[in-house]
Write a protein that binds this ligand. Structure first.
Ligand code: HEM
Length: 290
């Protein structure tokens, strides 16, 4: 039979203190205290801003049955845009829009001397191509799924403007390295714009900042590329996403509404959030079957 020894005497100070009623931090592990502090801080902010409801509206949504990987192309385009914005900020820290050789030299400096400069420059350069490919794929998805139909026509129009602005970003960015290729490509591009009916000559003058390529053309392109267009694109993406949230996404065109036994057609929105029939909009916005 094993011998049972009495517990060794421990000084009172080392014994765990009994929990005090009503004090949640007493005896709690540091990780629980950290969690509790985080929750209290979030509650404090939420009490003042009341953002929980709008955040729920944005994040917890019903999506149609049959939603697939093609629906990620819009978000992929957005992340390409964000990556361009972040890498662009770092490039702007070193770039000089100086036609007298400074622009070319600053790009050489970024590529050859700056820590990770070539990497960030490469991400920005290839990222622009990636964004153009993604935006075209996303547009094709919305077209072939019939997502441009009622009530999403306005979102399609905003998309078209975003497409044009994305192309303009690529065009204005192409001049910035200011080597022979970018200079002559820009001359050709602006001349093509200049041949357009009515607005062509004005567009030509606006882009060059005069009738011909001159000392201010590069800074004009730079300002359009890194101030004007990103601001407008960001605002339009905001409007685009707000409309997506308002209407919900379009069900895939091959999806037929299921018929219930009582003859009523079932909504194409899958019951993913408690099945309250909410689709993020007014519930009558499925343009996919019109
Ligand atoms: C910067 C460019 C763009 C961004 C960041 C963007 C982002 C998005 C996102 C995140 C969605 C929701 C999910 C999805 O379907 O992928 C969406 C939906 C949509 N986008 Fe875009 N988009 C852009 C450009 C375009 C273009 C060029 C068009 C068409 C010309 C377009 C037309 C639409 C339409 C019609 C919808 C609704 C889709 C549906 O109801 O299923 N978007 N967009």
């Amino acid at each position: 039979m094993p011998l049972k020894l009495p517990k060794p005497p421990i000084p009172d100070a080392l014994n765990p203190r009994p929990k005090r009623p009503g004090d949640p931090t007493q005896g709690a592990k540091p990780v629980d205290i950290a969690k509790e502090t985080g929750i209290s801080a979030a509650d404090w902010v939420d009490e003042r801003l009341a953002l929980t409801q709008p955040a729920r509206w944005v994040m917890f949504r019903k999506i149609p049955r049959g939603t697939n990987w093609f629906y990620t192309l819009g978000s992929a385009t957005m992340f390409a845009f964000l990556s361009q914005a972040v890498t662009g900020v770092f490039l702007a820290m070193y770039y000089r829009p100086d036609v007298a050789g400074g622009a070319y030299e600053s790009i050489r400096h970024i590529n050859d001397d700056v820590f990770l400069g070539q990497f960030v420059h490469g991400m920005h350069k290839w990222g622009s191509t990636v964004m153009v490919i993604l935006i075209c794929l996303h547009m094709a998805r919305t077209f072939f799924f019939g997502a441009y139909k009622y009530p999403r026509e306005l979102n399609w129009v905003i998309g078209v403007v975003l497409l044009i602005l994305t192309f303009t970003m690529s065009f204005t960015g192409y001049l910035l390295p200011f080597d022979q290729r970018s200079y002559w490509a820009t001359v050709v591009g602006v001349n093509i714009n200049g041949t357009g009916p009515l607005v062509g000559p004005f567009l030509n003058d606006f882009l060059y900042g005069g009738p011909d390529f001159n000392a201010t053309t590069l800074s004009r392109f730079y300002a359009i590329h890194m101030l004007l267009l990103p601001g407008v694109i960001a605002a339009l993406i905001g409007a685009h996403l707000w409309l997506v949230m308002k209407h919900g996404t379009t069900a895939p065109p091959w999806l037929k509404p299921r018929e219930h036994e009582n003859g009523h057609a079932e909504s194409e929105y899958a019951a993913v959030n408690g099945g309250n029939g909410r689709n993020g909009g007014n519930g009558s916005t499925n343009g996919g079957h019109s």
